[in-house]
Write a protein that binds this ligand. Structure first.
Ligand code: BDR
Ligand code: CA
Length: 308
């Protein structure tokens, strides 16, 4: 199985991504690492612990950065609720986090794995950037970074910037200039993956506790999307990362140069994607452009069904 580390800020869609990965025999999930983001680090970490127990997994959870490198911290309680995971009943986790910091865990694990490791961040890129700065040698043993964040067009937190990119643009800059193979799955793609009521019902129809948990998560997640965008469901951003790793044929990506705006101006945090390569800059990212959304939801539902 392919070795991966999932790094995230759960978050409704982060949780679904972790459940997808832990249900997938093609992957060897080496660890789950957390970062500030949708809510503060104590809550994203607690939500990760809850998710691990829901999945009945023993994979270690390591807490990471509680703030961005340079900017003040932002958060998204308006989307995910005060807990970061409002909606379902949240049990108290019985097992805690490891003592080792997420960044140390990433460095140690990538260094010692015989096979190159894929990093799958679905939040701000702070932990990944810190790991690359602390131990530049690990770049050679990272197979790829598959990130949900950014956008080739409009943002969702400012007109120009997507939340994960805006939450730590300087970290994103470090990652996008690292030379590590990179897949960017931004809003231009994830806004094609709407969990509308029929797709939510498919999770509920599994008749399992995990299927029901996912359905309730997605119903809460839909509320913000209904109010803000007038859509009949939430955009299921983060699970596109693991789904792309496992079922690339469901998606289309396009290689292009991407630069991160850290100017502090109105486009601060924008992932400036040179779709037509008008700059002639070297390509540094494979950017998702299109998908078979029905195929994606069918695959996700089939994998969530594995939890009995
Ligand atoms: C991203 O921001 C968070 O709210 C979601 O979990 C996702 O990672 C979408 O902009
Ligand atoms: Ca996220």
């Amino acid at each position: 199985p392919h070795p991966v580390i999932l790094d995230g800020d759960p978050g409704h869609d982060d949780v679904v991504n972790v459940l997808l990965a832990l249900a997938s025999p093609e992957l060897n999930v080496l660890g789950l690492t957390t970062v500030f983001g949708n809510v503060g680090l104590p809550r994203t970490t607690r939500n990760m612990l809850i998710t691990r127990e829901l999945a009945r997994s023993n994979v270690p959870v390591h807490a990471g950065a509680d703030r961005p490198l340079v900017d003040p911290r932002i958060s998204a309680e308006a989307v995910h609720g005060a807990s970061g995971l409002d909606g379902p009943h949240l049990p108290t986790p019985t097992r805690g986090v490891e003592a080792e910091h997420a960044v140390d865990f990433i460095v140690r694990t990538v260094r010692t794995q015989p096979r190159p490791v894929t990093l799958v961040p679905t939040g701000p890129l702070t932990n990944i950037a810190l790991a690359l700065r602390l131990a530049p040698d690990i770049a050679g043993n990272i197979a790829r970074i598959v990130w949900m964040g950014g956008s080739t067009d409009t943002g969702n937190w400012t007109p120009a910037a997507e939340f994960n990119a805006l939450a730590d643009p300087h970290a994103a800059h470090i990652v996008f200039t690292s030379g590590v193979p990179l897949t960017m799955i931004g809003l231009n793609a994830s806004h094609q993956a709407i969990a509308h009521p029929a797709r939510v019902q498919a999770f509920r129809d599994l008749g399992t506790p995990v299927g029901e948990f996912v359905a309730v998560l997605l119903e809460f997640f839909a509320e913000h999307h209904r109010e803000r965008y007038g859509w009949d469901g939430g955009a299921l951003h983060d699970p596109l990362t693991v789904a792309w790793l496992l079922r690339p044929e469901l998606f289309r990506t396009r290689p292009m140069p991407v630069q991160i705006d850290t100017s502090g101006g109105p486009s601060h945090g924008r992932t400036v994607a040179d779709v037509w390569n008008v700059t002639g800059q070297p390509v540094n990212a494979d950017v998702m452009t299109d998908m078979d959304a029905d195929g994606f939801f069918a695959f996700l539902t089939e994998r969530i069904a594995a939890y009995r």
